[in-house]
Write a new protein. Structure first.
Length: 191
């Protein structure tokens, strides 16, 4: 089996929603709900209900919602929450948002990094060449960063996301092991 070489190839293989799948126009709540329902894999029911979206807005996990329309940035934030909610609490996601806002990392970059790290945590043998181009190093002066996030900030975000998804993978493996242990325990009791 050939290794996946890019974030987008990995996302397509897993059926993930890509930033290019998000319309360039603002959407009403009903439209956002329908978009997520169509594009997010593996759910018999809605992956994110209107009530969930409203709650995430109140909890500041979808930031700066003004009026009744949601922007591309809001949808990216929803997608980040969708993927991280199984492994992180709302407070941790909010702290991560504070960090990426402070570091100047876009939500689109964060989402792509998150998909990459989720894939890497699932498949540790995945190609390290799948990494996106890293931002240039900066010497600390405002002119040297050119509006780009600091390389160390991006790597810190990468490490954080990888650890979050790896912990989920290991938790799933531990639960599976526990299931096997309880079956062995049942067999030994029966003897």
């Amino acid at each position: 089996m050939a290794l996946v070489k890019t974030n987008e190839e990995a996302a397509v293989v897993r059926g993930e929603m890509l930033p290019s799948d998000i319309p360039g126009i603002d959407l009403y709540l009903d439209q956002v709900s329908m978009l997520l329902e169509r594009k997010l894999p593996g759910y018999a029911e809605k992956p994110m209900t209107k009530a969930m979206i409203n709650n995430y807005s109140r909890e500041n996990l979808i930031r700066d919602v003004a009026g009744k329309k949601y922007t591309r940035q809001h949808i990216l934030q929803m997608l980040i929450v969708y993927h991280l909610k199984p492994v992180l609490g709302m407070q941790e996601i909010r702290k991560m948002y504070d960090f990426i806002d402070m570091a100047g990392i876009t939500y689109e970059s964060c989402y792509l990094i998150m998909l990459e790290e989720k894939n890497r945590a699932r498949c540790p043998e995945a190609s390290p060449e799948a990494s996106k181009t890293k931002p240039p190093e900066r010497d600390g002066s405002p002119e040297s960063c050119g509006g780009q996030p600091f390389h160390g900030d991006v790597e810190l975000l990468r490490s954080f996301l990888f650890c979050a998804f790896a912990s989920m993978r290991y938790k799933e493996e531990a639960v599976a092991l526990l299931g096997g242990m309880s079956r062995m325990e049942t067999k030994s009791i029966e003897k």
